[in-house]
Design a protein around this ligand. Structure first.
Ligand code: ATP
Ligand code: MG
Length: 456
């Protein structure tokens, strides 16, 4: 039942209510009635309505008060007012307060139906837009991770499914693919979200310190141990320990971590007793860990303990359809941070980004956008604002292919290409020069040459 297209009629005259109800019901609409403002508000709280049709002059609450209250509590409902002939001024006042439209009494049937159906359509459209917006938001982003591509959608799905299980997770993927972001998303979606998320970069801490960093130490355990110290396992108690670049963990510590996972207890360096820990481990690596196992650089038993579930993040070049939304998000963020009034990126620049191979993945893209925002002089990012490596990555293949097909001389290819770019920029020479990667003077010279040749 579509109770969303319902209409509520508010009028203190019983005959009028009945008449309006009949007319609208005959047109197939669902109609409820209320005899005053209070009753109307009660009905609005109980059920969903799209449009309220109310008399302006009523005994208790005036139509204008009812309008104000509806705009406050149900801003999406369209309110149509009915006013006696000769009091159009108050109707205009009501329009200023947000009424959708007004009808003068006696209300003509056709006019009523026309205005009503328009109001219903617009309310439905607004609801649909709201629904789509929520859906886009829900589907294409997950805890700050953006991605509409199929592999990213599968990653979102996996995160949801593993979050509440106690299993350890191994996140794999090239540098900059978002491994840490995924680790956080798992933590903040799990029952452990109120306990700490503790990241450790196993490659960044000197080997000699790593053990006491992870497990803590007792006073006097070694020369520098001036007091007792909690390790990161203890810091992460009841939460999540994120072991980043796990492949860099020395074999000796791999054994200790394995023990901590199996026994669920740890021992501070220099301590005589162990203590229980309840920590979920999420590990990440940009190497192929199975190969490290084969090469005996990584313990097989630890590998299996960590790799209960693997979440693999594909490189950006394998999910190019994610690039536009990432660009948009990073642009917005950077433009806001630098107080620049940027209106996006021109098509050629975006095409260059779509073509590039992104060895540094999303992190590289983020840096490229930040750089471009800093360099941008116009209101849009243009190819000139991108690093040379990216600008050079593209030849307009279609044009080249076509030229090769027709075996055109180089000068003709250049001419066609320049004219086509000019066409694309709507004749704007400044933009065309930027797109072509040449300065404006060069473009003018080339255009002059083209003209000369054409004359000859
Ligand atoms: N899908 C994504 N949506 C939005 N931002 C992303 C996405 N993936 C990565 N990022 C951003 O890219 C940057 C790198 O992400 P992150 O640090 O999680 O990558 P990583 O895989 O851990 O890289 P590394 O292996 O180099 O440590 C971060 O700033 C992160 O916010
Ligand atoms: Mg990382």
């Amino acid at each position: 039942m579509d109770n969303l297209s319902a209409i509520l009629i508010v009028d203190d005259e019983p005959d009028m209510r009945a008449l309006l109800k009949d007319v609208l019901e005959e047109r197939g609409h669902r109609v409820q009635v209320a005899s005053n403002g209070r009753e109307a508000l009660k009905k609005l709280a109980e059920e969903e309505y799209s449009v309220v049709l109310t008399d302006l002059r009523m005994k208790e609450m005036q139509g204008i008060e009812l309008l104000a209250e509806i705009k406050r509590t149900h801003p999406d409902i369209n309110v149509i007012l009915m006013t006696a002939f000769g009091s159009v001024e108050s109707a205009i006042e009501a329009m200023k307060q947000g009424a959708y439209d007004y009808l003068t009494k006696p209300v003509k049937t056709e006019e009523l139906v026309l205005v009503m159906e328009k109001a219903l359509r617009e309310a439905a459209l607004r609801r649909e837009v709201g629904r789509l917006r929520r859906e886009v938001h829900k589907e294409y982003s997950f805890h700050q991770i953006l991605g509409k591509s199929k592999p990213m959608q599968q990653v979102f799905d996996l995160i949801r499914r593993v979050a509440d299980s106690p299993t350890n997770v191994l996140i794999t993927g090239e540098s900059g693919t978002g491994k840490e972001l995924v680790a956080k998303a798992i933590h903040y979606n799990s029952e452990r979200r109120d306990a700490p998320f503790v990241p450790v970069n196993c490659a960044a801490i000197p080997e000699a310190l790593l053990e006491s960093e992870l497990f803590g130490h007792m006073k006097g355990a070694f020369t520098d141990a001036k007091g007792d110290k909690r390790g990161l396992f203890e810091e992460a108690q009841k939460g999540t320990l994120f072991l980043d670049e796990i492949s860099e963990l020395p074999l000796m510590l791999q054994a200790k971590i394995l023990r901590a996972i199996q026994e669920r207890e740890i021992r501070r360096v220099g301590a005589t007793r162990s203590m229980p820990v309840d920590v979920r481990i999420i590990a990440a690596t940009n190497l192929h860990l199975a190969e490290e196992v084969k090469a005996k650089r990584f313990r097989e038993d630890l590998y299996y303990r960590l790799n209960v579930i693997e979440i693999h993040l594909p490189p950006l070049r394998e999910r190019r359809e994610d690039i536009p939304m990432l660009v948009e998000a990073f642009l917005k963020k950077c433009a806001e941070a630098s107080h620049k009034n940027l209106r996006g990126m021109n098509e050629t620049a975006l095409a260059l980004l779509m073509d590039y191979t992104w060895p540094g993945n999303v992190r590289e893209l983020e840096n490229v956008i930040e750089r471009a925002v800093t360099l941008a002089r116009g209101e849009k990012i243009v190819p000139d604002d991108l690093p040379p490596a990216i600008q050079g990555a593209r030849g307009d293949r279609a044009v080249i292919d076509e030229a090769a097909e027709r075996i055109l001389p180089l000068a003709d290819v250049e001419k066609e290409y320049i004219l086509r770019i000019l066409e694309k920029t709507g004749g704007n020479k400044y933009q065309a020069a930027q797109t072509l990667g040449i300065d404006r003077k060069t473009l003018y010279r080339k255009l002059a040459e083209i003209e000369e040749r054409d004359k000859a």
